[in-house]
Ligand binder design. Structure first.
Ligand code: NAD
Length: 486
């Protein structure tokens, strides 16, 4: 018998972050009291209250928009691009320097494993600011055909930005970096369950001596978001979140002068062909759906396996899943952290119960569930058909629906049979098949022999009900410049 070695906990210390007991709003370069009530931000792993945070009212949003407008008119839009770039570089460097602090705070507030916040989220945040810093003085090259017209593209003005809880600081960076590089000022609202890294970012703006009013952070729930969307002096709404709220926002701004980009939900197919390197594919399947507890808009939540390798892939997948460690997000051994909120856990439980009721077969990795906090074991459903709700609706949790196919044409048909179109994955040794699949998949991003890879130079965004507009790359600037299509 071989001895089984137990893991020793390898806890990241939380002493590096100084969480204040309460936070106000960040308006015009200062933290100010809100005029309304407050809410608590808790650690989803322990349910411990981390801080009390101000809930911004419409009057507070009004002040934030006024500060952003003044900063836009008086300073930011007057500043040459090369000067704006210096601030963005400074922010990028400060985030890199304070990355450990940000990673710990993100894991505490969101529940994601420190390994991910430390190695993925925060490095990408810093890279995003570095990348867009480089664009700030090259905007004449940002829009196709603009070079010929001889004029520099102009910023839109004040951008209202609303983000979700799954990658709190990363979504902030995807929004703020291109907006500022293009010369806009912003009012950003983080999600109600994860406001803390956005508030720490506000401190970074102060440290970088960013002119007051260029970045304003207002915390709160849907009503605060709605106040931003409805504000008459906002020129652009950039939203990342659920398709339902995205549709409501599109309706609210229809007929106004506001530009909109929407980054919404997804139900991506991860397609494994019989010639794929199977161990690598299994790693990609696991990364595709269990990264960040499956709280990922582009998660590979529908696995399509070619029929001839179905048993083999499933066996390897279960073996791999049985090694995943669920637990304390601050433990460096942890693969699966906490579900972000009680409400999200309830949604996952509800949809997986529907999976059972509709006749799919559930298998969960054997792992101990901690007593406090919100947790869900990595789970797969087999015997899933396209009619099942778990194959159609976004679960936004560590739950994979497994389907099969025989031919590439059938894989394409099943993969595209969704109202969403954010991402897809293809696993095969054949380059020609990758190209042919990629050209037929109706998805904004298609990964080949990898999954969930992000790069600031690469545009990201959806088709169909996954939204419109792109974030990242040159395309990410188009949403913040006059003369662009969006
Ligand atoms: P959500 O739509 O409930 O909330 C998103 C944000 O909108 C939050 O800040 C929320 O407070 C705010 N909000 C809620 N109601 C509002 C309203 N009526 N007006 C204005 N703002 C309002 O989504 P969520 O649960 O926080 O996030 C999960 C969703 O986000 C998933 O559907 C996921 O796929 C999607 N998402 C998409 C991307 C992408 O790039 N496409 C990235 C991450 C997450």
């Amino acid at each position: 018998m071989t001895a089984k070695f137990e893991y020793s906990p390898a806890l990241e210390s939380r002493s590096i972050v100084d969480i204040k007991s309460s936070y106000g709003l960040f308006i015009n370069g200062e933290f100010v009291d809100g005029s309304g009530s407050s809410f608590k931000s808790i650690s989803p792993a322990t349910e411990e209250v981390l801080a009390e945070v101000a809930e911004a009212t419409s009057a507070d949003v009004d002040k934030a928009v006024a500060a952003a407008r003044t900063a836009y008119t008086k300073t930011w839009s007057k500043m040459p691009g090369r000067e704006r770039a210096k601030y963005l570089y400074r922010i990028a460097r400060i985030i890199a320097e304070r990355s450990r602090e940000f990673a710990v705070l993100e894991s505490l507030d969101n529940g994601k494993p420190i390994r991910e916040s430390r190695d993925v989220d925060i490095p990408l945040v810093s890279q995003w600011f570095f990348y867009y810093a480089g664009w700030a003085d090259k905007l004449e090259f940002a829009l196709p055909g603009n070079r010929q017209s001889g004029s520099d593209p102009q910023a839109l003005g004040v951008a209202g930005q609303i983000i979700p809880w799954n990658f709190p600081l990363m979504m902030l960076a995807w929004k703020i970096a291109p907006a500022l590089a293009a010369g806009n000022t912003v009012v950003l609202k983080p999600a109600v369950t994860t406001p803390l890294t956005a508030l720490l970012f506000a401190e970074v703006c102060q440290q970088a001596e960013l002119p007051p009013g260029v970045v304003n952070i207002v915390t709160g729930a849907g009503a605060t978001g709605q106040a931003i969307v409805d504000h008459a002096d906002i020129d652009k709404i950039a939203f990342t979140g659920s398709t339902a709220v995205g549709k409501a926002i599109a309706r609210s701004v229809a007929g106004t002068h506001k530009k909109v980009t929407l980054e919404l939900g997804g139900k991506a197919a991860n397609i494994v062909f019989d010639d794929a390197p199977l161990d690598q594919a299994v790693e990609g399947i696991v990364n595709g759906i269990f990264f960040n507890q499956g709280h990922v808009c582009c998660a590979g939540s529908r696995l399509l396996i070619q029929e001839s390798i179905y048993d083999d892939v499933l066996e390897r997948l279960k073996r791999r899943m049985a090694t995943l460690r669920l637990g304390d997000p601050l433990d460096k051994n942890t693969d699966i952290g906490a579900i972000n909120s009680a409400a999200q856990l309830a949604r996952i439980q509800e949809l997986t119960a529907v999976g059972d009721a509709e006749g799919a077969e559930r298998w969960s990795a054997p792992c101990e569930i901690p007593q406090n906090g919100f947790w869900f074991a990595p789970t797969i459903f087999t015997g899933v058909t396209q009619a099942h709700r778990i194959a159609r609706e976004e679960i936004f949790g560590p739950v994979l629906s497994v389907l099969t196919f025989r031919t590439p044409a059938e894989a394409i048909e099943k993969a595209n049979n969704t109202p969403y179109g954010l991402s897809a994955g293809v696993w095969t040794e054949k380059g020609s098949r990758i190209l042919s699949m990629a050209s037929q998949l109706r998805a904004g991003v298609v990964w080949a022999n990898t999954f969930n890879k992000f790069d600031p130079a690469s545009p990201f965004g959806g088709y169909k009900e996954s939204g419109y507009g792109r974030e990242g790359g040159r395309h990410g600037l188009e949403g913040y410049l006059k003369g662009a299509q969006r």
